[in-house]
Design a protein around this ligand. Structure first.
Ligand SMILES: C[S@@+](CC[C@H](N)C(=O)[O-])C[C@H]1O[C@@H](n2cnc3c(N)ncnc32)[C@H](O)[C@@H]1O
Length: 451
């Protein structure tokens, strides 16, 4: 069996150098080597923590390494990052173990010179750990938030403008927390209470969600895919904020629905549940390889009213003009609401793509809007926290579409939902925020077309 740190290093290397997704790379390694439960938890924390905290770790390393970190081999650079992560963020790891084990790795992935180098750097870090001069909160708020909470400076600046300092600090802090594993009960097959009983029988711990009446937050299992209840189609993995979108669309049995950007089918299968599997749902997406994902989810969940369609949503109006009672545009977006779930994501985003992205979102929304019947409903949603892609985009759309108006969400909220947590719901839109709702960051607006 390879050491836990070596496995963690291999995953981090793949993400850093080969552009792998951390969750996929990590799962492969865990499946292959089957480490014990304690080691699994250690490897997971070390991988996700190191990838999330990249700029902070590099900033700390930069105080102790005179040459650019880029001049080190990727192996040595990541050994140093992992070592610093253990020293600063893993309380249970003694500093001596963090240093010694990193030196052992350097021996495997470097030579005598790099062994001495890693040893020197990490022992220096330990010696000066409590005397580091961090960026000052008042003098350099952007750098302070960026280094303290490990976010790119452009993201911090974007949120400072939208939310101010205190709120941005809370948001950045929440983005570093471990998110719950949320599932949506497949109410076509089972009730939430019954599902909790089934899951308990499989040794899974369950806590009911706070907002959506189908959500359960689960823990204490090895992998969801290995549970019999999953194969039986009793639920689908979905964050609670995303599940609320279905309730905001609120289609009826027998409705005609278009889900313009539907793969892999999270929301579209929820819409089918809310329609009691009666009516028609056209589930579009532009990517051929994602059609299979929608079909798989439908078949596992026992849904047969969804018609997957390979289509560019910017062209929808050409074929489906005024066809649908309900249209959902769950738009491609910057994904800044799901940073908790994808540790490396924050470093892969760039501010440069925003113009291109908002142009695409607007083109999809305009085309999809033309497919709504008189008196019908149009919902726009994203999994991001960025006003330009959310409220600004909806307002700008409405300026040129006077036949649509925002519609209060309050009558659609399940009784269990604490309405005080959604101060803008009466105005027709909501923004979920990780630090306020404990969910992913998610935006949704509901518009109705005059009848
Ligand atoms: C946020 S994801 C949708 C998630 C999905 N609604 C769910 O709940 O599972 C956005 C989707 O838009 C698709 N997409 C991107 N550009 C598109 C376009 N021009 N037309 C249709 N779909 C597009 C992407 O392939 C992606 O699957």
């Amino acid at each position: 069996m390879r050491s836990a740190r070596k496995l963690a290093l291999e995953v981090i290397y793949q993400v850093d150098r080969e552009g792998a997704y951390s969750n996929i790379a990590l799962n492969k390694v865990l499946e292959k080597y089957q480490p014990e439960k304690k080691d699994r938890a250690f490897i997971t924390e070390l991988v996700y923590g190191t990838l999330k905290r990249l700029n902070t770790l590099d900033w700390i390393a930069g105080r102790f390494v005179s040459r650019p970190l880029d001049s080190l081999t990727p192996w040595i650079r990541n050994i140093i990052r992992m070592g610093i992560y253990q020293i600063f963020f893993m309380d249970k790891v003694p500093n001596s173990a963090a240093c010694n084990e990193s030196v052992n790795l350097a021996r495997k992935f470097g030579h005598q010179g790099t062994v001495k180098f890693v040893n020197g750097v990490l022992r220096n870090v330990v010696r000066h750990k409590d005397r580091l001069k961090w960026p000052d909160k008042d003098a350099e708020p952007v750098e302070y938030l960026s280094i303290h909470y490990s976010h790119p400076t452009w993201m911090v600046s974007l949120w400072l403008e939208e939310f101010g300092f205190e709120e941005t600090e809370k948001l950045c802090r929440a983005n570093n927390e471990t998110p719950p594993n949320s599932i949506r009960t497949n109410t076509l097959k089972i009730s939430r209470d019954e599902l909790i009983g089934v899951l308990a029988g499989e040794g899974v711990e369950c806590r009911k969600g706070e907002f959506a009446p189908e959500t359960i937050n689960i823990s204490g299992f090895k992998s969801i895919a290995s549970l019999k209840s999953h194969a039986q189609g009793l639920y689908l993995v979905q964050d609670e904020s995303s599940t609320m979108v279905g309730h905001i669309v609120a289609p009826k049995p027998g409705s005609k629905v278009i889900d313009a950007c539907s793969a892999p089918g999270g929301k579209t299968t929820h819409l089918a549940q809310l329609m009691n599997n009666q009516g028609r749902i056209l589930a579009g997406d532009i990517h051929q390889h994602k059609m299979g994902l929608i079909k798989e989810n439908c078949s596992r969940l026992g849904i047969n009213i969804i018609e997957p369609a390979l289509v560019d949503a910017r062209e929808l109006h050409k074929e489906y003009k005024e066809w649908a009672d309900f249209v959902l545009v769950d738009a491609p977006c910057s994904g800044l609401g799901v940073l908790r779930r994808r540790p490396e994501l924050r470093w892969r985003k760039t501010v440069n793509r925003f113009n291109e992205l908002t142009a695409l979102q607007m083109a999809i929304l305009r085309s999809a809007a033309q497919c709504v019947k008189a008196g019908g409903v149009l919902v726009y949603s994203t999994c991001t926290v960025n006003r330009r892609e959310n409220l600004d985009l909806v307002r700008s759309f409405l300026e040129n579409a006077p036949e649509f108006r925002l519609d209060s969400l309050l009558p659609l909220f399940p009784d269990t939902c604490d309405r005080t947590k959604f101060p803008t719901a009466a105005e027709g839109y909501i923004q979920f925020l990780p630090h306020v709702h404990g969910t992913d960051g998610f935006f949704a607006a509901r518009m109705v077309k005059e009848g």
